[in-house]
Design a protein around this ligand. Structure first.
Ligand SMILES: *[C@@H]1O[C@H](CO)[C@@H](O)[C@H](O)[C@H]1NC(C)=O
Ligand SMILES: *[C@@H]1O[C@H](CO)[C@@H](O)[C@H](O)[C@H]1NC(C)=O
Ligand SMILES: *[C@@H]1O[C@H](CO)[C@@H](O)[C@H](O)[C@H]1NC(C)=O
Ligand SMILES: *[C@@H]1O[C@H](CO)[C@@H](O)[C@H](O)[C@H]1NC(C)=O
Ligand SMILES: *[C@@H]1O[C@H](CO)[C@@H](O)[C@H](O)[C@H]1NC(C)=O
Ligand SMILES: *[C@@H]1O[C@H](CO)[C@@H](O)[C@H](O)[C@H]1NC(C)=O
Ligand SMILES: *[C@@H]1O[C@H](CO)[C@@H](O)[C@H](O)[C@H]1NC(C)=O
Length: 456
């Protein structure tokens, strides 16, 4: 093992022209040019101001994904190091690491193609990745005597990886650690988009939802899910899973699809975009019913919950703005720190938002219901955070406003929230809060966008 050969370096060379940023791949570098990297970092930030926000965010998303993969790789190398039973030494870990190398390679390829016009990654990283892969293959053949030597090399590799991710950290906005408890305090603001990706099917399905399971099953903590309304922008019959954020960004779905039914639509398949995954089950509006469906991804069985009499469904009481309504958005499923909620309206509530907490029993039931005085059609979407319902409205093509809140603890309603969200495209078809990392996940005209929620 030669640690020099296995360090992953990201290096790009920026040529700042008047208004655009051009970059050059340099394959023939021989020594690690710390000084150049420093200059490049400075140039990158200069360069960023010249790049459109979309491009920057896309690039940052890719770098963020890469950062995640690198830190995961780092962790797994650490585990590999500890598995010193001398017998089954790291066979499993080696597989895990090999898979990670493949993912990182794909990420780098994607980063490369995304950045052709503005920023570019050195081809050296790819080259070194290849050599790391070779080294890993070599490592597999090690006998127990060589393991010791290997461990030293791995320790060096670990240091190199850390250095590398430190370099990355300087250009990527760091993701904050998840909060353990619900602050139960006021939502102060949301950030600029932190993740922006066209995903696996760029531009293909305008309606859908995506996110992260707030109460994941063991081993699926980093998984992301995606539901695209594949028929008429209304119906879907499967959930697509990704093993990490970077897999979602590069569009590699390793666990693949989990199908509810082979037909679309049919009884108990998905109708409308505002779905959530919670505790390994997808909650959604069932096809042609005023029901919430819960699809257990493990058992592949569906249980249903009928909403109160008078509940509006089949595109009768949608989320709307002045120009148009979002079809089949009668039911909005939401997650927060306390579990799953459903937002809807009924005839007897004159079309005002009604909010119910779901009891995760077998079958699920409604625990408690709150009535609000905000008209559902005056709202573009809703989400829950820390037991507070928030509603958004359309301002213009660039901006959406979180304007309304309803606190289920105090019953207090507010119409003057005044928090503005910068959009990456005109429409938000679904919006949901992830209590795991305090991110708002939005599905916007087939793009996936995340914002960080800031609490007081
Ligand atoms: C960084 O930018 C300066 C001017 O802005 C330029 O002279 C220099 O060549 C750039 N360096 C690299 C490594 O791109
Ligand atoms: C690329 O590498 C060659 C040889 O190492 C060097 O002469 C050249 O200046 C490099 N180009 C850039 C843009 O860094
Ligand atoms: C390029 O890779 C080689 C090993 O393949 C390494 O020794 C060298 O330092 C790397 N250079 C850069 C600029 O990353
Ligand atoms: C980046 O893409 C270009 C053109 O698509 C290709 O020639 C080059 O080898 C790629 N570089 C890396 C590091 O993958
Ligand atoms: C990179 O940033 C993340 C988030 O701030 C942090 O957890 C991680 O330790 C950093 N990595 C290094 C090598 O500094
Ligand atoms: C909220 O965040 C946006 C974007 O990050 C920022 O422009 C705005 O100034 C912030 N508003 C407040 C009240 O902090
Ligand atoms: C899914 O089914 C399994 C097996 O019956 C059960 O253990 C699990 O709790 C179910 N999940 C949900 C969310 O109902």
């Amino acid at each position: 093992m030669h640690s020099k050969n296995v360090v992953l370096l990201l290096l790009c060379s920026i040529i700042a022209l008047s208004k655009t940023c051009a970059c050059e791949l340099n394959i023939s570098e021989k020594a690690f040019p710390h000084e150049k990297l420093r200059i490049v970092e400075t140039n990158v930030s200069d360069c960023n101001s010249n790049i459109t926000p979309q491009k920057t965010v896309e690039l940052e998303s890719l770098l963020l994904g890469l950062e995640h993969r690198l830190s995961q790789l780092n962790k797994d190398v650490l585990i590999l190091e500890k598995e010193d039973d001398r017998e089954l030494y790291g066979v499993l870990s080696l597989y895990v690491i090999k898979n990670e190398m493949t993912e990182i390679k794909q990420l780098i390829d994607r980063l490369n193609s995304t950045t052709q016009q503005h920023q570019i990654l050195t081809a050296n990283a790819t080259k070194q990745l290849e050599s790391l892969k070779t080294e890993m293959q070599e490592l597999e053949k090690f006998d127990t005597m060589q393991v010791i030597k290997g461990q030293q090399a791995i320790a060096a590799l670990k240091v190199d990886l850390r250095k590398c991710s430190e370099k990355l950290n300087t250009t990527v906005a760091p993701t904050e650690p998840p909060q353990g408890t619900c602050p139960r305090s006021r939502l102060l603001n949301v950030t600029e988009p932190k993740v922006y990706t066209k995903g696996e099917y760029p531009g293909s399905y305008a309606y859908g939802a995506w996110g992260r399971d707030p109460r994941p099953e063991k081993g699926k903590e980093s998984w992301y899910w995606l539901v695209m309304l594949t028929l008429s922008n209304v119906y879907a019959n499967y959930v697509r899973l990704y093993s990490s954020l970077s897999s979602l960004i590069i569009g590699v779905s390793v666990p693949g699809n989990v199908q509810i039914h082979s037909s679309n639509p049919t009884t108990n398949t998905i109708q409308g975009p505002n779905n959530v995954l919670y505790g390994g089950a997808l909650y959604y509006n069932c096809y042609n019913q005023d029901y919430v469906c819960r699809f257990n991804l493990t058992t592949k069985s569906v249980t249903t919950l009928q909403l109160p009499k008078g509940t509006r469904y089949n595109s009768k009481s949608n989320f709307c703005h002045l120009e148009e309504c979002y079809p089949y958005t009668d039911l909005d499923l939401a997650t927060d720190e306390s579990g799953v909620w459903v937002v809807y309206t009924t005839t007897q509530d004159f079309g005002n938002l009604v909010l119910s907490k779901l009891e995760e029993g077998e079958p699920p039931t409604l625990r408690r219901t709150w009535r609000t005085s905000v008209y559902k059609r005056a709202v573009t979407n809703t989400f829950m955070a820390c037991g507070v319902l928030y509603a958004t409205r359309y301002i213009n093509r660039e901006v959406e406003e979180i304007f309304y809140s309803f606190n289920t603890v105090t019953g207090q309603e507010r119409f003057n929230i005044g928090i503005f969200m910068n959009k990456m495209s005109t429409n938000i078809q679904s919006l949901n809060y992830s209590p795991v990392d305090q991110m708002l996940h939005a599905y916007c005209d087939s793009n996936m966008v995340s914002y960080k929620v800031l609490f007081g």
